[in-house]
Design a protein around this ligand. Structure first.
Ligand code: 13P
Length: 249
């Protein structure tokens, strides 16, 4: 059985003062809640890991370089992230694909690097509004899965986040039928490539304008195993009800 996962992506938000939100979140959660991971900006990784030790809340990064080390000013390697105590890394977010021109093949290399450092990759895919309107959403998803998910994916080393670009930060959410269609399609792709056991074990998150008032409906879909949440993960008071809308298993 897949354990549900609530992941918070703080993006480029939060100074050290924001760590108090983690303390607050920890007081709200119990062992009966879904697995929770917070991905703060890189400068907070170490202190976030220290603070959350023993709480059950995991910490993740938002990107890594594909190389182990070298002359890559401003970048951070997967091993460096692991050294902070973080156990997850978001890769291939549409904001990085767009603003940093990351290709599927770049993303696949980063996923391999993450696995080399024993990090679980939260790999983001999703179509633009133009592609959705043109009826190409599933083709885009198929292309991104084929190009950015390397061989060797398992339920332990990979989580896929389906984040339609047009739903990110816009307040627009796909219909439940659209979410079900995309997630069922992703599941079928993973099973066909990695076999029934691993394909079934990889968790699929929905992301894009998830809020306390729409989470429960989204989580009714069989192949939605949680959410990747941006804005509503910044405050414990908003994120906790989303986590609690997820059944533990
Ligand atoms: P919002 O929840 O703010 O729409 O962001 C989604 C997202 O991009 C998470 O990675």
């Amino acid at each position: 059985m897949r354990r549900n996962l609530a992941a918070g992506n703080w993006k480029m938000n939060g100074t050290a003062a924001a760590l108090s939100e983690l303390d607050k979140l920890a007081t709200y959660l119990s062992p009966d809640d879904a697995e929770t991971v917070i991905c703060p900006p890189a400068h907070l990784l170490f202190s976030a890991c220290e603070k959350m030790r023993g709480t059950g809340i995991a910490i993740g990064a938002q990107d890594c370089h594909s190389a182990a080390s070298g002359a890559f000013t401003g970048d951070i390697s997967a091993a460096m992230i692991a050294e902070t105590g973080a156990t997850y890394v978001i890769l291939g977010h549409s904001e990085r694909r767009d603003a940093h021109a990351e290709t599927d093949s770049d993303v696949a290399q980063k996923v391999r690097a993450a696995w080399g450092a024993s990090l679980t990759a939260i790999l983001c895919i999703g179509e633009s509004g133009v592609d959705r309107e043109a009826g190409n959403a599933l083709d885009i998803i198929q292309k991104q899965l084929a190009g950015s998910v390397p061989e060797g994916a398992t339920g332990a080393n990979l989580v896929i986040a389906y984040e339609p670009i047009w739903a990110i930060g816009t307040g627009k959410v796909p219909t439940l039928a659209q979410i079900v269609e995309a997630h069922d399609f992703i599941r079928a792709h993973l099973i066909s490539r990695f076999g029934q056991t691993e394909g079934d074990a990889i968790r699929l998150l929905y992301g894009g304008s998830v809020k306390p008032d729409n989470a429960a409906e989204i989580f009714t879909a069989e192949n939605v195993d949680g959410a990747l949440v941006g804005g509503a993960s910044l405050k414990a008071d908003d994120f906790a009800p989303i986590i609690k809308a997820l059944p533990q298993a």
